[in-house]
Ligand binder design. Structure first.
Ligand code: NI
Ligand code: MN
Length: 225
């Protein structure tokens, strides 16, 4: 499994013909350094919740590559009305796909979709456990620290992508507790420094997490697990 970071919570996950984006916020993302036009053959797009900094460039990319969008029922309904291919799931649901297995996890957050006509219903926010190529990845989405994360220790997660920026999500202090709850083999911090209000230092997080390997990725940097 190869992971490429595009800043904020946006990642490309690749394994054997599986070219998936998670929360592809590229346009308007000050740290992305990649444009939707630079991406090729995107097979899947995972959306954790309806906020603009996570839906991002989904519509443009999915239209171009006919990508299957995997997200909650409400966002899937919203996007399928735009003639995009979607697969609706919901919190706690697990499903086998041809590439591997996906489970939606809970998140403590919002999921409204901001449109020209105001905010519309985006269901519950979530995260994803994606098992592909023999590796298990957890993308937490935007979330506060929750007791539900203790259940994730049973999933034997290889790599956890956790928000650390505070204000809208866990800060460093809470993300450290989340690592203890989830017990992944490795962690990559995300959702920091994009905006002034989430200006956390990932080095500070790395310094304080003792038991688990923390990998800090610069935008566009690739990482193989
Ligand atoms: Ni959000
Ligand atoms: Mn966000």
């Amino acid at each position: 499994m190869k992971i490429t970071y595009f800043g904020h919570s946006a990642f490309l996950v690749q394994s054997d013909g599986f070219n998936a984006l998670i929360d592809p916020f590229l346009t308007g993302n000050p740290h992305s350094s990649v444009s939707p036009k630079d991406l090729r053959d995107i097979t899947h797009i995972f959306i954790t919740h309806g906020h603009g900094d996570h839906m991002g460039d989904t519509e443009e990319i999915a239209k171009k590559w006919n990508s299957l969008i995997i997200c909650n029922f409400e966002i899937a309904d919203y996007l399928s009305r735009k003639n995009l291919q979607t697969h609706a799931m919901h919190i706690g649901g697990r499903r086998k796909f041809d590439f591997g297995t996906v489970k939606m996890t809970p998140a403590l957050h919002g999921s409204g979709i901001l449109t020209d006509h105001g905010m519309i219903e985006g269901g519950l926010p979530g995260g994803f456990i994606i098992e592909v190529g023999g590796k298990k990845l957890y993308h937490a989405g935007d979330t506060g620290l929750s007791m539900e994360m203790k259940l994730l220790a049973r999933e034997n997660i290889d790599l956890a992508l956790l928000p650390i920026g505070g204000n809208f999500t866990m800060d460093i202090q809470d993300a450290i507790v989340a690592v203890d709850f989830i017990k992944p083999k490795m962690v990559i911090p995300m959702h920091y420094k994009t905006f002034d209000v989430i200006n956390a230092d990932p080095m500070e997080f790395k310094k304080q997490v003792k038991e688990v390997k923390v990998v800090i990725l610069s935008p566009k940097e690739e990482f193989e697990i």
